[in-house]
Design a protein around this ligand. Structure first.
Ligand SMILES: C[S@@+](CC[C@H](N)C(=O)[O-])C[C@H]1O[C@@H](n2cnc3c(N)ncnc32)[C@H](O)[C@@H]1O
Length: 194
């Protein structure tokens, strides 16, 4: 199993504000986490692009300090939002940020789908991710290959890729009935439906 994380390098946490899809959001971010000084551009693009289901369970894989999962919970309080990160510092930050933004979510520490598999969840309406490219393509492949078995019929996997968008599209086409790609500011935004 390959993954990476940078711990939280000490020092004062950053306070990051963002206004996404009409929702004012605020995050307290330990230094050293991914994009700790501002919401990452890829994350912001996926946040604008992603379809947010009307109901059901959703999963943010590699949630970091929580932008995507917290936004989904904020925009649709009916959703059951799960967020997973391998880095305990990110998990802790995501939990505190959920509270700060007044949303109820479940944040779990662990590798990719393992924490939600342990809860027996196999019926997500959508899985979203700004995947850990720094951990290598294998991890992205695991996210893509593993998604269909954890989605309910008609559900989707939604990804942003800063690089390797064509490769990811090819992999998704093997596993999903329908794949859409939109390119914006050098990023690929991908959506696959089962
Ligand atoms: C590119 S960052 C995105 C963070 C956050 N979603 C955002 O958009 O700001 C990828 C995240 O994946 C996490 N990660 C890396 N390997 C992982 C694994 N095997 N399982 C779960 N999370 C992982 C990292 O700790 C990091 O927080």
């Amino acid at each position: 199993m390959k993954h990476y994380f940078k711990g939280g390098a000490g020092g004062r946490p950053e306070v990051v504000g963002a206004w996404i899809r009409g929702a004012p959001l605020k995050f307290i971010v330990p230094r050293g986490l991914f994009s700790s000084s501002k919401v990452d551009l890829g994350t912001a693009l996926l946040a604008e692009f992603m379809e947010i289901p009307k109901e059901g369970k959703v999963l943010d894989v590699g949630c970091g300090y929580g932008v995507l999962g917290i936004l989904m919970a904020k925009l649709n309080p009916n959703l059951e939002v799960y967020m997973v990160d391998v880095n305990p510092v990110a998990v802790d930050a995501a939990k505190r940020n959920a509270e700060l933004n007044g949303v109820r979510v479940t944040v779990l520490q662990g590798n990719l789908y393992e924490p939600t598999d342990l809860l027996g969840i196999k019926d997500f309406s959508t899985i979203v991710s700004n995947p850990p490219l720094a951990a290598g393509k294998e991890v992205v492949k695991e996210i893509i290959e593993g998604a269909p078995a954890r989605l309910k019929s008609g559900g989707s996997l939604q990804l942003v890729m800063a690089q390797g968008g064509d490769w990811a599209k090819g992999v998704m086409e093997e596993y999903f009935k329908e794949v859409e790609v939109k390119r914006k500011k050098g990023y690929a935004l991908l959506r696959g439906y089962v």
